[in-house]
Design a binder for this molecule. Structure first.
Ligand code: F6R
Length: 617
């Protein structure tokens, strides 16, 4: 959603805040703004649009010497993405400024109450209502801190907020409820931000704020207090191992391309230390029983990873598995038994619906396993056990390497459960071999996959709609391919189980409605080949991801033995185990969407209307 950065220390704050916002822009990019103390008051500068517009406005400001300041990059929830709705928001008397990520659900009630008392608002936002409430509380509260806390105790919903006030120009106050916020602690300086990359060049010492906590931040230190009674809390900073290079583009044109190309390393890191002597080691789970049933809950790309893994969790792990969209699960009043386990998958670990699903499961007495990328995220902290994907920071709004790492870890989880249940060893060692082959296969094939993707993107750039078709685990990959195409290039795309086409959707097929088919060398292949024939018989153009037969392959090998249709655009992947092939098909789909979006001149890393880390409903 929105991104927040605040700084107090010995350096000029404004350039540092702008730099932090640049690294947080992936979280939202409708408008941005910053605040700093100046001449006994607060100066607020805001601009609609991308961060460059704010930078232009700041460039003409004289005397940017303040050493405390805060900034915000917005993804609109309340009110249009125009300047008056951009953050920071001030109270009527301009005594304080507030930046906010989240939604104050009872803001209308607060706003009406303040309006009845004569308050006039400049914006349509929930944030301004909160800023005005703090200012009103300040009239009777003994301190600014107390006024801040009193107002927040009334707020319902989700928030991460940072406040500056003219009366204490070198101090910031921060608090969170169901939205990420953390402190970065340096020597004689302190940061507060929505995400670690915002301050990574300056410090790797991080303090994670918890729900219901308030922080007071100034150059010479920081304090943590309980929101309820302002009792002090003690917490040590944690050291974060990420480095700056991991959060930079590294010579690639876009973060998305860099992150796709990182996938060989991501799979290798995921495997490292987790397999020994043919056994999968997941010590994080050793104290939990093998569940009677696994409910996999996630959103978007993380959901597709769960859908892909379902076959393995059941077939290899021997655990019945359902896969659900978090925003549906949480409101469905699911019947959950205590011996079931809920597996929540989330790159960010902050997705509001997934977090709510976790809390629902815990309230029903179920154990929850989190599969997350961001260390110390809300889901990671609230789950009974957490498996970290270790993919490193994912900056591009469209998720790529995170899915690859989730798939790798889910394969390990399936084998791990299978081993604990004493299921057959030969299949699991074939799967482990196939997984170990992935990093090298990816490294060797990514360049040619990109070339083919670029050629096909140019050929099909005029299409208005696409089908993505697959069966079995490849159905989940088809869903992911369609998601990537629509979110990046704004071309309509639908992922379908190939066998469903004949039940209606095939009516749409004509020479201008192409299909992207996953025809991998797995047991579903014969059926998929006949689905391709059905589409081509209606003059639909087909791109088919297929695998080459190795020279001298036995006659009963699936593809060689089948009369395969003449596909318009066969896109050959190397012959490999179906598991390895899935890890090659994923970047093929990602690269096709990447090249299409780039060719069409779309904003690859920051597609319109989207935000990384969806911390609102
Ligand atoms: C798509 C994408 C989203 C996320 C979804 C869940 O490219 O990035 O669909 O996968 O918002 O996010 P996490 O995994 O952070 O819970």
């Amino acid at each position: 959603m929105c991104g927040i950065i605040g700084y107090s220390g010995h350096r000029p704050a404004v350039p540092l805040v702008l730099e932090g916002l640049r690294r947080l822009e992936y979280r939202g990019y409708d408008s941005s703004g910053l605040a700093y103390a100046q001449a006994g008051g607060l100066r607020v500068i805001r601009a609609p649009g991308k961060l460059g517009a704010l930078e232009d406005r700041v460039a003409s400001e004289p005397n940017l010497l303040a050493t405390t300041g805060m900034g915000h990059t917005r993804w609109a929830t309340h009110g249009l993405p125009v300047e008056r709705n951009a953050h920071p928001h001030m109270d009527e008397g301009r005594t304080l400024a507030l930046v906010h990520n989240g939604i104050i659900e009872n803001f209308q009630e607060i706003r009406s109450e303040l309006a009845a008392g004569g308050c006039r608002f400049q914006s349509d936002t929930d944030t301004e209502a909160l800023a005005c409430l703090i200012a009103r509380e300040r009239r009777s509260a003994p301190s600014l801190l107390e006024a801040f806390a009193r107002a927040l105790r009334r707020a319902r919903g989700a928030y991460a907020v940072v406040m500056m006030a003219a009366e204490e120009p070198d101090t910031m106050y921060a608090a969170r409820l169901s939205a990420p916020l953390l402190l970065g602690v340096g020597a004689g300086e302190c940061f507060v931000a929505s995400d670690i990359p915002a301050f990574l060049p300056y410090t790797r010492e991080v303090v994670f704020l918890e729900d219901g906590e308030v922080a007071r931040i100034h150059g010479s230190g920081w304090e943590l207090l309980r929101l309820d009674d302002l009792a002090p809390l003690v917490r040590m900073p944690q050291h974060i191992a990420w480095d700056m290079q991991a959060a930079a583009k590294d010579g690639y044109k876009h973060f998305m391309l860099k992150e796709i190309m990182e996938q060989p390393r991501v799979v290798a890191d995921c495997l490292s230390g987790r397999v020994a002597g043919g056994r999968v080691l997941l010590p994080e789970l050793d104290n939990l029983p093998v569940p009677a049933r696994l409910r996999v809950v996630a959103c978007g790309t993380s959901y597709n990873a769960g859908l892909w893994a379902r076959h393995l969790l059941e077939g290899q792990g021997g655990v019945p598995a359902d896969v659900e969209i978090a925003s549906e699960f949480r409101y469905r009043r699911p019947l959950l038994e205590p011996e079931e386990c809920v597996l929540v998958i989330s790159q960010s670990g902050e997705t509001a619906d997934t977090l709510a699903a976790l809390r629902l499961a815990r309230s029903r007495g179920c154990r929850v396993i989190g599969l997350c990328n961001v260390v110390g995220s809300s889901i990671a902290r609230e789950a009974d056990a957490v498996l970290y994907t270790q993919a490193g920071p994912e900056i591009s709004v469209a998720s790529t390497k995170a899915m690859c790492s989730q798939m790798a870890l889910l394969v390990l989880l399936a084998i791990y459960y299978g081993q604990r249940r004493g299921l057959a060893g030969t299949e699991s060692s074939a799967l482990l071999d196939a997984l170990h082959a992935v990093p090298v296969m990816l490294r060797e094939n990514l360049p040619s996959l990109r070339e083919t993707a670029a050629r096909l993107a140019r050929r099909f750039a005029g299409a208005r709609s696409f089908f993505y078709l697959g069966r079995g685990p490849a159905y989940a990959l088809a869903q992911e391919g369609a998601l990537k195409l629509k979110e990046l290039s704004y071309i309509h795309a639908e992922g379908y189980a190939a066998g469903e086409m004949k039940h209606g959707p095939i009516a749409l097929v004509d020479p201008d409605f192409p299909s992207f088919v996953l025809a991998l060398d797995d047991p579903f292949l014969p059926k998929v080949l006949s689905n391709i024939e059905q589409v081509q018989a209606r003059q639909g153009k087909v791109i088919a991801l297929m695998q080459r037969r190795p020279p001298g392959a036995p006659a009963d090998a699936p593809v060689g033995a089948l009369p395969s249709p003449e596909v318009d655009e066969p896109w050959y992947l190397p012959a490999a185990h179906p598991l390895t092939a899935a890890f090659l098909a994923l970047p093929a789909l990602q690269l096709f969407s990447y090249e299409m979006a780039d060719y069409l001149g779309k904003d690859v890393d920051q597609p319109r209307n989207l935000a990384k880390s969806v911390t609102v409903e």
